[in-house]
Design a protein around this ligand. Sequence first.
Ligand code: NAD
Length: 417
Amino acid sequence: MSEILNPFHTVQKQIKDACQRLGLDDGVYEILKQPQQVMTVAVPVKMDDGSVRTFIGYRSLHTNVIGPGKGGIRFHPNVTLDEVMALSMWMTFKCGVVGIPYGGAKGGLAIQPREFSQGELERLSRGFIQALEPVIGPEKDIPAPDVYTNAQVMAWFMDEFSRLKGYYSPGVVTGKPVSIGGSVGRNEATARGCMYAIREAARDVGLPLAGARVAVQGFGNLGTHVCRLLTELGCVIVGVSDSQGGVADPDGLDVAALIRHKEEQGTVASFRPGDPIGSADVLELDCDILIPAALENVLTEQNAGRVKARIVAEGANGPTTIAADNILTANGVTVVPDILASAGGVVVSYFEWVQNFSQFYWTEDEVRERLEQIMVAAYRNIVRLQSQYDVTMRAAAYLVAVERLAEAMRLRGWVGR
Ligand code: NAD
C-alpha cells in the first residue's frame, strides 16, 4: 500500500488508538469511525459564455453529540469525498481539544477557482448553499472559510441562506466580513492560535523565540499571518513557499515586503533577495520551527528524516503521514498536532457565532485575550495527559477530545458505561 495513506484511514486509526488507551466502550469507536451524515451535490452554474456546467460538492457532518457541526468549505481541484469526510472528523477532535461545543463538519467543491470569473464564483457559491440548505444552519451545521475560500464567499453563503429562509441569519456561517456580522480578529485567528501553541512549545523545549528560525510551507491566510505574528515575537522567517515555488534566506526574509510581493505577483517564488526553492524544499530547510500551512500529507516517509526543525507546528490539517510522524518522534522533534495548532480559527469562529446570537460585538483585545486563554489551557491540558500516558502530543490531544465525546455519548445514552 502507498505510504500516502487515505486521510480517512489515518484519522480512523487515531480515534481507535485513543479509544483503546482510554478503555472506552466499543460503541464509542463504532459511532466515531465515520461521519453521521454525508451529502454529495451536483451544482449547475450558468457560465459567462452562456453554457451550463455542473460541479460536484460535498458536506460531511461527523457528529452532533456535543453541538452543531462546524468546519470549513474549500474550493480546490483535489477535493474528494474521502478527504472531506476525514477533515470533518478532524474538526470534531479540534473542537474537542479546545473544548468548544461543536461536532466536526467539512465541505468542498472540486474546482480550480482561478478558472472562474467573480460572477461565476458567486453563482457557484450561491448554488452550493441552495443545495446544502437542508443540512446547514446556525443550530445544525455552520460552514467557514478554508483553502481558496474567503470572507467574500462567506458573505455570499450567508446572503443566499438568509434569502432562502426569509430572515437575516448571520450565524449560518463564520468568517464573514466584520461589517455583516464577522468577528474582529477572525482573519488572523488560526495563525494567532498557532503562534500561541508555538510559544508554549518553544518554552517547553527551551527554545528562545528571539532569533528562532522559522520555515513555512503555504503563504495564504494562515502562512502570511503566522509569519507576521512570529516576526513580532522576534523570530526570523528563513523560508516560505506556495503552490508555485518558494524562497529562502538564512539571514531572514522581509515579511512585510514578502506579503506585498505575494499580493502583487500572486506568488512568493519570485521574491528577492533570497534563493529560489521548490514548494516542498521548504520542509527540509535548516530551521528551528517548521510550519506546514498548505495541504495534507506533505511530510512523508521520504522527507521526514530530513526535517531539521526542533518543533513542527501543524498549521495545515493532516500534513504529516503516520510513518512521518513516527520518524519525527524518533528523531526527537516536538510535533504540535494539527488539532491544536490550527484550532485558533474555529475558536474565533465560535466567538463569532456567539456574538451573532447575542448581536453584541467584542473588541479585538477581548477576542485575543479569550483566544489566548483557550489555546494555552488546551496546550497545558494536552501536555499533562502526554506525561500521564507517556504518549506523543498528538496522541494526548486525541485522548482529551475523545474523552469529552465519550462522556457526552454516555450522558446522552448513546453508549453504555
Ligand atoms: P489559503 O488558500 O489561504 O492558502 C493556501 C496556501 O497554500 C496558498 O499560499 C497556496 O499557494 C499554498 N499551497 C497550495 N499547494 C501548495 C503546495 N503544494 N506547496 C506549497 N504551498 C502550497 O488557505 P489557508 O486558509 O491558509 O489554509 C492552509 C491550511 O490551513 C489548510 O490545510 C487548511 O485546512 C488549514 N486551516 C486553515 C484555517 C483558516 O482559518 N484559514 C483554519 C484551520 C486550518
